[in-house]
Design a protein around this ligand. Structure first.
Ligand code: AMP
Length: 282
């Protein structure tokens, strides 16, 4: 497995693989890898002859008051995990390589970035689409893999790829959870023991909401109310948002339809966690 820092080197390496007829799978990450990331890598390995994983904590998707500096990093452990899975190449660039001095070109996707995380984290998705667009141009993969843990991000990337004609397929994969239901996240590391216990309320409230819907409760306001009530019982929890939207386009709905997204962002102590569920009705 190669660890590559420069754009030229990764381009040449991929070009060589392509010229011998290999298909290229790509998994963009910010590192500190857990089984959620590795599930994407496993799928990429299954479906492609050559797999590239990028590890890059992208500064432009963090606002100045967020955790860019503190974001957990562990290149040693990450590369051991990826080597074990048979990854061909890690792309781990320096900031100057990605954002040279004077850099001033951005990709923005409008409308579906206005709600949920886009509302609480202004400019976050501009940073995400810009880095992912750049990485797509650098790596030139056939397929790229994203987790539905970041459901809005997955939709935004799919839209960007379609509308800007990036010649690759975007594949979304299910949320990987700890045994008690907490969605895996690099940020779970920030939680102390009590917070870690209370953090399961995100998933618990989603399961409760799913039960309500199964019992034919369709009123969005009523379901939101019950979710909020459950989360607020946890002393460390502070809600950023609880939203119930059309899962296809993130438009607001009043009553549960065929494809519904229930999405949460909740601070547990100082740590902001997100989770979601997509409910499909026949
Ligand atoms: P990140 O390193 O947080 O930027 O995540 C890199 C990729 O891994 C994104 O496509 C995430 O959606 C995905 N991912 C993160 N956590 C999970 C999880 N628990 N289950 C599935 N995919 C995940």
């Amino acid at each position: 497995m190669k660890i590559v820092k420069s754009i030229n080197e990764i381009r040449n390496f991929v070009k060589e693989a392509k010229s011998s007829g290999k298909s290229i799978g790509f998994v963009p990450t910010m590192g500190f890898l857990h089984q959620g990331h590795l599930s994407l890598v496993e799928k990429a390995k299954e479906e492609n002859d050559f797999v590239v994983v990028s590890i890059y904590v992208n500064p432009t998707q963090f606002s100045p008051d967020e955790d860019f500096e503190d974001y957990p990093r562990d290149m040693g452990s990450d590369s051991a995990k990826l080597e074990k899975l048979g990854v061909d190449c890690i792309f781990n660039p320096e900031h100057e390589e990605i954002y040279p001095e004077g850099f001033n070109t951005y990709i923005t996707v409008n409308e579906i970035t206005a709600s949920l995380c886009g509302k609480s984290r202004p400019d976050h998705f501009k940073g995400v689409t810009t880095i992912v667009g750049k990485l797509f141009n650098i790596v030139q993969a056939d397929k790229a893999y994203f987790g539905k843990k970041d459901y809005q991000q997955y939709l935004v990337i799919k839209k960007m790829v379609k509308e800007l004609n990036f010649p690759l397929e975007v594949i979304g994969l299910p949320i990987v959870r700890e045994s008690d239901g907490l969605a895996m996240s690099s940020r779970n590391k920030y939680l102390n023991q009590e917070e870690r216990k209370q953090a399961t309320v995100l998933n618990r409230s989603l399961i409760m909401a799913e039960e309500l819907i199964k019992n034919d409760i369709k009123d969005v306001e009523k379901i939101k109310y019950d979710i909020i009530e459950m989360i607020e019982k946890e002393s460390k929890a502070k809600i950023d948002y609880v939203e119930i939207l059309d899962a296809r386009n993130l438009k607001e709905i009043e009553s549960i339809g065929e494809n519904t997204l229930i999405a949460l962002a909740v601070y547990i102590g100082k740590t902001r966690l997100i989770d979601n569920i997509v409910i499909t009705l026949k």
